[in-house]
Design a protein around this ligand. Structure first.
Ligand code: GCU
Length: 447
């Protein structure tokens, strides 16, 4: 528990560190509303349904009663072709069904990556000796300069750091996190007095002889609607508003992670065949989107991704599509996704989250959640669990294994026998307490 307070204090420190002024927030909000209205008018939508509240004591609180969650009759079958035929062989999955699912996600959910995205030139800005707990390490700080000759008004740099053990005999596996890089000299708050001494995730990875990278998604695509005419999306659109099937921030964040993989493939300290990805919450959503669309990634640790991540979008529990489609979150998605909050409904979506997990197959994915009591129910742990259950037929077709059960397990039960793993730890909104279980399971795939 104390450790959790510490983790959330760390997160708050990161947020506080990044806290912009009220005037700045007002102007972002104004631009966001203008971009949102522009998209609604392109979609010819006057208004959308309002999502429930995330505050459990609000009168319009999101449903958390499991008996009322399954309001849908069916969910899309990942192995059913659009022509009505069932996929029964591996080739048909790769050549026909997988592209169909990708097209649906591209058009209706996450948006399309432009055909020609600009080149990125990586620069090592500094290399420093460092230490994580007992582990001496070396960190490289990097910037990925995005070629903006097509529209010099927008400048984009991808922020990345790479840390590897100081002593290493060969190139090492690397787990890349979507996160924050603290500026030099920044000191996170000390743990509360008497808090148990626990190892950071960084030290745990270094203990294995592995390295880690941190990519900062907001360095190349802002986390708001105002930013859609800026960053990598704005650069590709030359500062104009998006079209309804253009990419949203999640797909843009995933694009940046792919450019980071380009760099990691060239770094002699990194084993390019053993790169994984991890993130929490909105970055958990970015993690599964990246894994689905970037085949060079070997393994993923998807933290509390909730709706828009691996949670079944049709479930009436916790956060709803209506929330995601609101002006505060629509920027994560294609403009077209807003349609499913009016006039359409989530049941009209041609795909659901289990098919995003299926796009990761046959590669191993670990689905992580906190405890409903501490984390809250907004993320819908069972909905995320089901995202794995319904993806299993695709893993099985490809010779791999799902959880081996469709029954939602009690807290702290590790379902780690297959390539889709699941665990709810007893803490809050963090991947923290699941790192040891993730690493033990990942050792089957990374050496
Ligand atoms: C909000 C949002 C979630 C998101 C989360 C986060 O709660 O509704 O979808 O995952 O923020 O990223 O912290």
């Amino acid at each position: 528990m104390k450790k959790l307070f510490f983790l959330s204090a760390l997160f708050n420190a990161a947020v506080a560190f990044a806290q912009p002024s009220q005037a700045y927030r007002d102007s972002i909000n104004k631009l966001t509303q203008a971009d949102y209205r522009n998209m609604l008018s392109q979609l010819k939508i006057d208004s959308t349904r309002r999502g429930p509240s995330g505050n459990p004591s609000a009168p319009d609180a999101a449903n958390v009663d499991e008996s009322k969650a399954t309001t849908y009759k069916t969910i899309p079958d990942p192995l059913l072709l659009k022509n009505g035929k069932k996929v029964s062989d591996v080739k048909t999955w790769w050549d026909k069904r997988r592209p169909e699912i990708i097209e649906d996600f591209n058009k209706e959910v996450y948006g399309r990556v432009p055909v020609n995205t600009p080149n990125v030139k990586w620069e090592v800005v500094s290399t420093v000796d460092t230490v994580f707990g007992d582990q001496p390490a070396v960190t490289k700080n990097l910037l990925g300069h995005v070629d903006n000759t097509s529209y010099p008004q927008i400048k984009v740099d991808i922020q990345l750091s790479l840390t590897v053990p100081k002593e290493r005999k060969k190139p090492v596996p690397v787990i890349m996190e979507f996160g924050f890089i603290f500026p030099a000299g920044f000191r996170p708050p000390p743990p509360p007095a008497g808090a148990p001494v626990t190892k950071s995730w960084q030290e745990q990875l270094l203990d294995q002889g592995w390295g880690f990278a941190i990519i900062v998604p907001t360095s190349y695509q802002a986390d708001n609607g105002a930013g859609l005419t800026q960053g990598i999306i704005g650069l590709c659109n030359k500062g104009q508003h998006r079209k309804p099937d253009d990419w949203g921030a999640l797909r843009a964040w995933a694009w940046g992670a792919s450019r980071a993989v380009d760099y990691l493939e060239t770094d002699k300290d990194v084993d390019a065949k053993q790169i994984g990805i991890e993130g929490l919450s909105r970055y958990g959503k970015a993690t599964v989107v990246t894994m689905a669309f970037e085949p060079r990634l070997k393994i993923a640790f998807i933290g509390s991704s909730g709706n828009g991540g691996v949670k079944i979008m049709r479930r009436t529990f916790g956060e709803q599509v209506e929330n995601l489609a609101s002006s505060g979150e629509y920027h994560w998605f294609a403009g077209n996704f807003i349609k499913y909050a009016g006039p359409l409904t989530p049941n009209d979506l041609p795909v659901d989250a289990h098919e995003l997990v299926a796009l990761c197959a046959p590669r191993p994915v670990f689905i992580s959640s906190g405890s409903p009591k501490v984390e809250g129910q907004w993320v819908d742990a069972k909905g995320m669990f089901l995202g794995g259950v319904y993806a299993a037929p695709v893993y099985e077709l490809l010779g791999k294994k799902g959880y081996g059960t469709a029954e939602f397990p009690p807290l702290e039960t590790s379902l780690v026998s297959g390539e889709i793993a699941f665990r709810q730890h007893s803490g809050g909104h963090t991947t923290g307490p699941n790192w040891p279980t993730f690493i033990e399971w990942a050792k089957r795939y990374l050496q």
